[in-house]
Design a protein around this ligand. Sequence first.
Ligand code: FMN
Length: 206
Amino acid sequence: MEIDPTTLSQQNLYKLIIGTVVPRPIAWVSTQDENGLRNLAPFSFFNALGSNPPALMISVNYTGARAQGRKDTLHNILETGEFVVNIVTEATAAAMNDTATDYPAEVDEFAAAGLTPVPSHTVRPPRVAESPVHFECVLHTSLPLGEGQGSTTLVVGVIKHMHLRDDLLDDKGRVDIHRLQPVGRLAGNSYCYVRETFDLVRKTLK
Ligand SMILES: Cc1cc2nc3c(=O)[nH]c(=O)nc-3n(C[C@H](O)[C@H](O)[C@H](O)COP(=O)(O)O)c2cc1C
């Protein structure tokens, strides 16, 4: 099958892209608005970008339900320049899904999902206590891509502080995936565990 993207509807393109770019990690993003009201929502257009400076990206899609097409998360990041990425685990997957509900801006998703906000060290938005990994970020770049339905804004954040639950590390100081127990996003309402892994040793040319 050959596909010219200009011949498909935006919805069909979206379905094919999220069904094939899998599994996606999930950033559980906490922010605050200009009055200090908390917000929490998941984003699977998420990845790590670099380590000097340490940087992450999320991509926040257009919504017709909010002013300027901006979800609360994007509004808050652009207003305050700060956000925290919390990592979603098997234990917090259901709560993460609760926070994806399209609540009005005045609803605090920490309270709605029964989660515990804990103060961050370098930014104002709190962290999710129930999450074992937190990245405190400041906005580096925001890049709008397209207009209207299906468009998005790429948000690049530089990590100012990291929290890792002590028991995640093995005796060599590496993160043990079986202790982290992250979940990945597939298409639609589907998710995956990361329980079965394998190793490949890279060839060296000498
Ligand atoms: C697992 C998961 C991943 C999601 N990923 C994204 C994403 O990458 N970009 C996006 O715009 N919305 C994504 N959403 C939808 C947002 O979480 C949802 O629109 C949320 O209500 C936004 O909240 P806010 O308006 O408080 O920012 C995702 C939802 C779920 C459940």
